[in-house]
Design a binder for this molecule. Structure first.
Ligand code: SF4
Length: 431
């Protein structure tokens, strides 16, 4: 067999009206970048990672590449069930994997409600397995499915809950671990890697893709937002428990189950003081929308080690309609970025990856300009958990002809900034 024939060329997968998934060998799997369909570059394919899930997308029509017609075709109806509809199938990849292309589909009705808040990556079938258009973007195994022993997680969580009955934050995180299966909460109870410190029920943004709070007519929120403000004592108790036992441990303010932690900078600062009075090791990190530079200064002065700024686009025209800020502007985010770098913190961007927008030439050039101006240590490549049609239309995205591809974007930025790292998780920056 030559090298050429070894390259994967998966076929279309689709679902019938009963939700059963089939492959269709006569058509090639396709992908989507923005609103445009694309054939898949075999270099962008990997076997579906363990811990990923497949979703059937209701009210959609799959799109595939027809090698005979040399064109993209809508696959409908289901040829195996006369007159039955065919639906698109997408992969929601496990943590630490980043998508190169979205699943190829079109909505049957553009006014149908948005899909739930997950990422929808292109998936196909070749040689008895599913393949996805993505790559492993972080070798860290902290959230790999096989690293979690369910019995051990349950045992450790229950033991800790019993020992800290009065700490409301620990009780809250116990529920996250046992009921919602949150990997960060599970790692807290396993005493390793990065642990969550949620603290804020409120926020000053109204992100279209907010996981913890949605308006009527939006997609359903996937996480319950914390409904109380823990005290600095409760927060530092969690931080100390984790940093004392986790090798190169990280504790992070700013989680999917809360609002914006910088809404209460005094609380964060006090929690850091209390923690650092006892423990000098480990990393204290802040995941944030970076909307409040003044509050951030206060937290930095208290001893913050690293910051991760979440952003969907570095262009204001796409940032504003996504974040819908209340009482701050895009420029405040840039001020926070600059401030954190000037203060010597490790600074990451939590870049919500949407092929077509994230890797468009204009977007990457703007990103490079900002990195050149402020400096940056790491880009965390997180797939954007959102219905791509709904998202791109709501922010008024115009398809941009010139795209580098997600891997091309990494290559471009690496060439310009050799010290810049790419990954998926918050790294330890202190021993
Ligand atoms: S900044 Fe975070 S918490 Fe606030 S609306 Fe956006 S996603 Fe939700």
């Amino acid at each position: 067999m030559t090298n050429k024939t070894k390259k994967p060329r998966p076929c279309l997968v689709y679902a019938n009206q009963n939700g059963e998934i089939y492959d269709y060998p006569a058509l090639e799997m396709a992908g989507r970048r923005g609103f445009d369909f694309e054939r898949i570059d075999p270099q962008d394919l990997i076997p579906l990672p363990e811990g990923s899930e497949l979703f059937v997308l209701p009210d959609t029509i799959p799109v595939a590449w027809d090698p005979g017609q040399k064109d993209f075709v809508h696959f409908d109806p289901d040829p195996y069930q006369t007159d039955g509809p065919a639906y698109a199938v997408a992969a929601f990849m496990a943590p630490a994997y980043t998508q190169c292309l979205l699943a190829a589909f079109e909505k049957r009705d553009t006014s149908s409600p948005p899909l739930p808040l997950f990422a929808y990556t292109a998936v196909g079938w070749w040689k008895d397995r599913f393949w996805v258009a993505g790559f492993r973007s972080d070798l860290d195994r902290r959230q790999d499915l096989r690293g979690f022993n369910p019995e051990k997680v349950k045992r450790n969580t229950l033991k800790t809950l019993k020992a800290h009955r009065k700490n409301r934050l620990i009780q809250h995180l116990g529920k996250c671990s046992l009921t919602y299966g949150c990997p960060a909460a599970k790692n807290l109870f396993l005493g390793r890697f990065e642990a969550p410190l949620p603290s804020s029920p409120s926020c000053n943004a109204r992100c279209l893709g907010c996981l913890s709070l949605q308006e009527k007519g939006g997609p359903p929120a996937t996480q319950d937002r914390i409904d109380f403000v823990p005290s600095a004592g409760e927060i530092s108790e969690v931080a100390l428990m984790h940093l004392a036992r986790a090798p190169k441990g990280v504790v992070s303010f700013g989680q999917g189950c809360e609002g914006e932690p910088l809404m209460n900078p005094g609380l964060l600062a006090e929690s850091i003081h209390k923690t650092r009075n006892t423990c000098k090791t480990g990393t204290i990190n802040l995941n944030t929308n970076a909307s409040r530079p003044k509050g951030l200064s206060q937290v930095i002065d208290a001893g913050l080690d690293s910051i991760r700024i979440s952003i969907n686009s570095v262009r204001k025209e796409y940032y504003q309609p996504y974040y819908r800020p209340k009482g701050y502007v895009y420029e405040d985010v840039l001020r926070s970025w600059q401030l954190a770098k000037e203060a010597g913190l490790h600074v990451s961007l939590n870049l919500f990856v949407t092929p077509g927008l994230t890797d468009s030439k204009k977007e990457v050039e703007r990103l490079a300009e900002l990195i050149g101006r402020f400096g940056l240590d790491l880009i965390q490549l997180r797939n954007h958990n959102i219905d791509p049609d709904w998202y791109l239309r709501r922010i008024g995205f115009k398809d941009e002809a010139s795209c580098l591809g997600i891997k091309g974007m990494i290559g471009y930025l690496k060439d310009r900034f050799p010290a810049l790292n790419f990954g998926y998780f918050n790294p330890p920056v202190k021993g």
